[in-house]
Design a protein around this ligand. Sequence first.
Ligand code: G6P
Length: 626
Amino acid sequence: MCGIVGFVGHHQAAPILLDGLSKLEYRGYDSAGLAVRDGEADPVLVKAKGRLQILSDKTDGGKTVVGSCGVGHTRWATHGEPSENNAHPHCSDDHNVVGVHNGIIENYQELKEKLVRNGYSFYSDTDTEVAIKMVDYYYKKYKMGPIDALAKTMVRVRGSYALAVMFKEYPGEIYAARKDSPMIIGVTNGESYLASDVPAVLKYTRDVYYIGNLEMARLTEGKAEFYDLNGDQIEKPLVEIKWDAEAAEKGGYEHFMMKEIHEQPKAVLDTINSMIRYKDEVGEDGTKISGKAFIDLASIGITDEIIRGIHQIHIVACGSAYHVGMAAQYVIEDLARIPVRVELGSEFRYRSLLLDPNDLVVVISQSGETADSLAALREAKDKGVRTLAIVNVVGSSIAREADHVFYTLAGPEIAVATTKGYLTQLVACYILGIQCGIVKGQIPDDKAAELIQELNTLPGKISKILDDKERIQWFAAKFASARDIFFIGRGLDYAICMEGSLKMKEISYVHSEAYAAGELKHGTISLIEEGTLVIGVLTQKALFEKTMSNLVETGSRGAYLANVTTYGNYSVEDSTDFTIYVPKTDEHFAATLAVIPLQLLGYYVACARGLDVDKPRNLAKSVTVE
Ligand code: G6P
């Protein structure tokens, strides 16, 4: 996790570093620090435990730290507790090398022992201090300059890193190295920036370089040079970021999460539009059909021939993206009759995989940087299996390494709990499922047209649900002090429950569980007490009565019964206490609508409990460690 920034230019660095870090706080927020150099002087290091605001207060918004070259860090602790001592930047004892790091150095114990044998001592519990001192060691041993010292360190270190360091003898310069952890470099008139993610630099420049794996960079005022592991200079294209800085601001909402919930209609529409084309056709009876919609996956290189050859699909993902996979499994199997397996990234990579060359591995990830998902992707590629990434962040590691990339067009997502990322991933899976169904001869023409038309109605239907959010706010206030909440459903509704339950627990800290409704009776029902909130999700007609009777069973044991169902199912009101209706849609697409009230419920319960919705404790948005 963690977020890193760097700046060198004509302005004071500290306020710019603090501003950049404030855009990266979603990556970690248990301590922060910065190191700034004024000309040739030694760097000034300031660190603080807790939120970035504490560091900002300590430095009067950065004003008390003078200098125009520096690096900064916001931390999500992995090695060593959150403390000022463990906070970055870390430095060698003589301040020769000072730097910040995002990632994990796996063999840091072994490297530490080597350094101790060579006279080094350590003041923190972090793997980063070891990495910085390793750089210092090679710098002094070989006396061949910063790039050489970094390259030698990179060869010795196992793990992942985005590293930004300053060397005493190179004032006005920042050196960077990267493997598996994200990092971009931005340049503009006389100034250079470095960050873990685009929002941190967007206010200053839209021109960025994506530094590749096992590559290094040297930043000077307004210039960036890149090097490979041999120390040879390499060229990189400058990429223009299309979305503007406002997209990464709260825009009047109290929290990013609420803003992002409201951006869902547009995000879904944009994602659908990216793959739907229109053409004029002549029907069998000779009549002209104008503007017939069809799915075109040519831009991502998924041809009909590829689809025809697919025997099985493996969806691999983590967190909410895994829940997308669970929903997609029902949808794709039903529409295309292709067997689909869904696996957690962290499990997939450590299993003896039975992958066939005719399989397709689909990795779903908002950030495109989740370490377990990335490792799973590599595993699949090593086995020679075709990979498709469904990713939101352009240029992220998973996007770059997959054979095919379907970009969800959600725009930047800042709140730790995903909403629009999840929804757009679902839509991408629907599009994939429909196209597979068409090509595999499972979906006739008229049905395909109907499904595509229905997809286009989803943004409007999402907006309609959002219009009625005050009712959910009222309901959330009533259950703000709940101890346990259960979400139950069958089939696709169970997949929706999983996401609803995760939204609830991750931001409100209320214990919640998603359960396949039919499984309740095998143990979990013993947890139901007088007043326990049980929420049934009932969008699938064929499963409606079964789930309803499971819900009522919990009611007869004292549970308070709520449910999310579609308009028209008014009979639910006879047996449950509170109902949230969502518009009707094709049942395959139900998750897109039914999840919205559950997102809102989690959000409002967290607000009613006075919690920091955008930055829940112990979590980070982008999990770049195993
Ligand atoms: C973290 C986030 C989740 C997200 C998961 C996977 O745990 O808090 O919201 O679903 O990572 O992230 P990815 O970027 O791979 O979708």
